[in-house]
Design a protein around this ligand. Structure first.
Ligand SMILES: CCCCC/C=C\CCCC/C=C/C(=O)SCCNC(=O)CCNC(=O)[C@H](O)C(C)(C)COP(=O)(O)OP(=O)(O)OC[C@H]1O[C@@H](n2cnc3c(N)ncnc32)[C@H](O)[C@@H]1OP(=O)(O)O
Length: 289
């Protein structure tokens, strides 16, 4: 891949207790919806989702996320932090417009890219952390739970709300959720389509920490990644793999079947109708604001 390396100095003087540092921006020429920076001092990469207004995950954004993750691993970064450029939305989840009245080839590529992104993030060799600085419904929760650590800002929501839209969270969305939330809580929440407030999410273990600002969230993620500094990265990666291999293999072996189930479900007229009504509701709400 053709990676452009630009060196960009960023003064952290506004952040207490931090020495002056620099970040390198590594970006592909086509990067449109993401910013990817590596802190030269810590070696930690930050991937910022930047697809206004709500960072909904379309094919292009998913592809860029995959590129960033690959760059972080190729550049032997110490870890990867995922966050958002928005002040109120981490990501609104999958772009509903990719699934509503979709084009055949595009929707297949979209779902395949989502599968790949999830497998690469969930199975990443390097430590991963989510600084959740806004709402994280459905696909947003999927990204957060694929990471090893989550810190969230107050008064936002997170969860798998698919049933409320008339769609179903696939098994692999649920499996990562089950890593962090007790089974009973997960079953009830996901069947109800419940979105947890930050405080509730913290209470059930869906997020590990709550802080007040994005800077604090990034610092917490850095702290988590830094906690591995005395651990052999190879031993760490293999140990992580032991915990995650089952879900990864399951999806890898069922990729085509998973795609066909997805297509079969979203192409049902009743599902298309429910999605249309949901989208209409979002648009009406957006116009009122
Ligand atoms: C058994 C096997 C099953 C196999 C698989 C079967 C099915 C497939 C399952 C697929 C799993 C799906 C996962 C998903 O992620 S679906 C998406 C779920 N997301 C949501 O429900 C969130 C919807 N959005 C919101 O609730 C809010 O937008 C917000 C995130 C809380 C932010 O609120 P706010 O800042 O007030 O923004 P607005 O609501 O005003 O929205 C601004 C514009 O953005 C549009 N929008 C919002 N979300 C989406 C989205 N996810 N996709 C596309 N577009 C979105 C919204 O309509 C506004 O547009 P406008 O400016 O043109 O009016």
């Amino acid at each position: 891949m053709n990676i452009i390396r630009t060196v960009r100095s960023v003064a952290f003087s506004s952040i207490p207790n931090r020495t002056l540092s620099t970040t390198r921006s590594l970006s592909t020429p086509s990067a449109q919806y993401t910013a990817f920076e590596v802190n030269d001092k810590t070696g930690i990469a930050t991937l910022t989702l930047n697809r206004p207004p709500v960072n909904s995950l379309n094919l292009e954004l998913l592809t860029e996320m995959r590129n960033c993750l690959k760059d972080a691993e190729t550049n032997k970064c110490k870890g990867l932090i995922i966050t958002s450029s928005s002040n109120s939305v981490f990501t609104a989840g999958l772009d509903l417009l990719e699934m509503y009245q979709p084009q055949d080839e595009r929707v297949k590529s979209f779902w395949t890219a989502l599968q790949s992104m999830w497998m690469e993030l969930y199975g990443s060799k390097i430590p991963t952390a989510a600084a959740i600085n806004g709402h994280a419904p459905a696909g947003g929760c999927l990204i957060a739970t694929a990471c090893e650590y989550r810190v969230m800002l107050p008064n936002f929501t997170i969860g798998l709300n698919e049933t409320l839209i008339g769609i179903v969270a696939p098994k692999w969305f649920v499996s990562a959720f089950l890593n962090v939330v007790p089974r009973r809580v997960a079953e009830q929440a996901i069947t109800q389509g419940k979105l947890f407030t930050t405080a509730e999410a913290h209470n059930v273990g869906l997020v590990d920490d709550v802080v007040n600002t994005k800077e604090e969230a990034i610092a917490k993620c850095e702290q988590f990644i830094g906690s591995f500094k005395n651990v052999n990265p190879y031993a760490r990666a293999l140990t992580k793999q032991q915990f995650r291999i089952k879900e990864l293999q399951e999806l890898e072996q069922q990729r085509e079947k998973d795609l066909q189930i997805f297509l079969g479900l979203i192409m049902q007229p009743s599902v298309q109708k429910a999605m249309g009504i949901y989208l209409e509701g979002l648009k009406k709400k957006s116009k009122k604001q």
